[in-house]
Each structure stands twice: as structure tokens, then as C-alpha cells.
Design a protein around this ligand. Structure first.
Ligand code: ADP
Length: 357
């Protein structure tokens, strides 16, 4: 009888041991899991005493490694977060400024594990917020850019259908419709191009491009913009070929040359050149003697819809997307747009490419 009891006891002990080692193994897995995830995890009890943290939580909230057993509030001096973790898990996530990096925004979510234990998950939402703001301002910009020519078209149409308006005025408005309609068309084209550049991967095999041909056809396309006395000099000092996407490089040439013309007084000279650099690369350069750009704007002119002078640029027929397109295209060609400019003296836009044989 006592033998059987002993056997049972032994069985129970062995089972307990194996349960404990299973639990330990699970805890190790869990610990490993919480260490590899980028979100911060803090386990606290009802008195807000820290039971466990992972590395991300320590760096996001500035918690010391040995915070276990101590009060959460002792280390995290964010009043809103502390009152949030005191609440229950039904609440909405909480957004707050990082106590470690003032320009970062964090989000906390609270979960009740059981009556005693809570888990706080913290993540950095700075980039997400920035993207959301960018998207909102992009949509607002596009709507604004379209609304202006649309209002003009609407105004003209109202007069055109008004039978009491003089006949010659009504007829003359037909011609005037062209400008705002063209403007909307350019904007839609530029938007489509930008979207394509962002969504299409760079093809694995690029074409061999003769830039002198592309420069010449860009010149033919923008010639109409040049005032009567204007001068556009093309210096093809090199027959260097590069690898690239013809349509995209063509839009780089057209955008840079048309900007040079639009931001120069009538009759000013523009110089476009294609030449080898001392570093053995090929350089496309567009030099104008126009308005120039003040230093504080130079870093921002490739942002979508950024203009030095909003009204003036629109009046000159820009969409505000030209240099954003140029920047994207060049990035896809392992190149970068560089600018040297002085207000009242003019600007030099240039970019270098690897030469291929
Ligand atoms: P936009 O269609 O308004 O010209 P871009 O993206 O092509 O838009 O250029 C952004 C801004 O950079 C312009 O609005 C203008 O203020 C400035 N800019 C671009 N090119 C020149 C230039 N060659 N000379 C002076 N300012 C320029």
C-alpha cells in the first residue's frame, strides 16, 4: 500500500518538475519574443509595480533595466500616460510625446491580462503620423491647385451660356478656356507621372541613352516658352552614353529647361550642357541668368508643391511638381539634383551620371 503511495508521490513530483520546466521554456520563448518585437512591452500589476519590461520599452520610455519591482510612475514622468495606465483597458489608445525624444510621438495601449496584471504596449508612431500629415496636405494641395483653374472655367462657362451677355464677349471666352484647361491637364499628367515613379520598380535592364538626342528634343518641346529675344544655347561637349529610362530622363531635361526659361526675364540666355566631369562622369547642366533662389529655399524646392513665390510660380505656369519629378527620376538613376543659385544672378541645376561604353 505504502509503496503505491510512494509511487504516486513520485509520479506527482516528476509531473510537477516537467510542468515547471515546460513553463520555464515557455517563459524563455515569451521573453525572446518580446525582445525581438519593436513594440515596447511593460507588464505591471494593479499597484503599477513593474513586473517585466522588454528592451524596446526601456528605450522608448527611458525605463532602466532594473525597473522590475519598482513603481512605473517613479520612472515614467508622463502624467497623461500614468493616469492612462491607472485606467482600464477599454480606453482608446493614448498618443503622447516621447519622454526621451521630444520630437517623437508614441502610442500606448493597455490590456488587462487578469484581475491583477496589465500589459502596456508602446510604439513609436512618429513616421506614421508624418505620413498621414503628408497625405492630408498632399490631397489639400491637389484640390487647391485644381480648384483655381476650375473656378475660372466655371466663370467663363456661366457667361458663355448667359444669353443676355454680348455675343462677341461670349465667343471670345472660348479661346480663354484653353489656358486653365491646359493647366489642369499638366497637373494631372505630372501627378500621374509622380505616382508611376513611386510605384513602378526600376527595370533590371535599362536602355543605353544618347543624352544629346534627348536634350535636343526637350529643346524642341519647350522652344515655344522662350520669349522672342530669348536664347537657348546647347553645348554638347561629350558623346557619353548612360544607362537609363528615356521617357524619365526626357522629363528631367524638359522640367529643368522650362524652369530656366520661366524663371528668367524675357530675352535672357539659357545654357544647357552635356559634358564629362573630372571624376569621369557625365554631367547635365542647365544654367540661367534669371531670378535665382535664396539660400533658405534651396533645400525645399524639390518638395511637392513647394514654391518660392506661390502666386508668381503659378502665374508662370508651373504645377509645383516639376522638381519633385526630377528628384525622383534622378534617384532611380543613381544620381542627385544639385543647385547653385544667387538671387538676381541666376541658377545652375546639374546632375552627374555613370558613363557606359
Ligand atoms: P513650378 O512648377 O512651380 O516651377 P518646380 O517644382 O519646377 O515647380 O519648382 C519649384 C520652385 O522652385 C518654383 O516654384 C520656383 O520657385 C523655384 N525654381 C525652380 N527652378 C527655378 C529656376 N531656374 N530659377 C528660379 N527659381 C526656380
Amino acid at each position: 500500500m505504502s509503496d503505491i503511495l510512494e509511487d504516486n508521490e513520485l509520479e506527482k513530483k516528476t509531473k510537477k518538475k516537467s510542468d515547471q520546466s515546460k513553463l520555464k521554456a515557455r517563459l524563455r520563448d515569451l521573453e525572446f519574443f518580446t525582445e525581438v518585437i519593436p513594440d515596447g512591452v511593460v507588464i505591471i500589476n494593479n499597484q503599477l509595480i513593474v513586473e517585466a519590461t522588454n528592451e524596446s520599452a526601456q528605450s522608448l520610455l527611458g525605463l532602466p533595466e532594473d525597473s522590475t519591482g519598482k513603481s512605473f510612475e517613479e520612472f515614467v514622468k508622463v502624467a497623461r500616460l500614468n493616469s492612462y495606465v491607472r485606467g482600464d483597458s477599454q480606453q482608446e489608445p493614448l498618443e503622447f510625446t516621447s519622454p526621451v525624444q521630444k520630437d517623437s510621438t508614441l502610442e500606448a495601449r493597455l490590456f488587462n491580462v487578469d484581475k491583477e496584471t496589465k500589459v502596456v504596449i508602446v510604439r513609436d508612431i512618429t513616421t506614421l503620423n508624418r505620413l498621414l500629415t503628408m497625405r492630408q496636405s498632399f490631397v489639400a494641395n491637389v484640390s487647391h491647385e485644381l480648384r483655381t483653374p476650375l473656378t475660372v472655367v466655371k466663370g467663363y462657362l456661366e457667361t458663355m451660356v448667359d444669353e443676355s451677355a454680348p455675343q462677341d464677349l461670349r465667343l471670345s471666352l472660348i479661346k480663354k478656356l484653353k489656358a486653365p484647361v491646359n493647366r489642369m491637364e499638366s497637373l494631372v499628367q505630372d501627378l500621374l507621372l509622380l505616382t508611376q515613379l513611386e510605384s513602378n520598380p526600376v527595370p533590371p535592364e535599362m536602355d543605353k541613352i544618347d543624352m544629346t538626342e534627348l536634350i535636343q528634343s526637350a529643346y524642341n518641346e519647350v522652344q515655344g516658352l522662350l520669349g522672342e529675344k530669348g536664347f537657348l544655347v546647347i553645348n554638347n561637349n561629350s558623346d557619353a552614353k548612360i544607362k537609363g529610362i528615356s521617357a524619365e530622363l526626357s522629363s528631367v531635361c524638359i522640367n529643368l529647361i522650362s524652369n530656366a526659361i520661366r524663371y528668367s526675364p524675357d530675352g535672357a540666355n539659357i545654357e544647357v550642357s552635356w559634358a564629362k566631369t573630372e571624376q569621369g562622369k557625365a554631367r547635365l547642366a542647365v544654367q540661367d541668368r534669371g531670378l535665382g533662389i535664396a539660400k533658405e529655399h534651396l533645400d525645399r524646392i524639390t518638395e511637392r508643391f513647394y514654391r518660392v513665390d506661390m502666386k508668381d510660380s503659378r502665374a508662370r505656369g508651373g504645377t509645383g511638381l516639376g522638381l519633385a519629378i526630377v528628384k525622383h527620376v534622378l534617384r532611380r538613376h543613381n544620381s542627385e539634383l544639385q543647385v547653385k543659385s544667387r538671387v538676381g544672378e541666376g541658377s545652375l541645376f546639374f546632375c552627374d551620371f555613370e558613363i557606359v561604353q
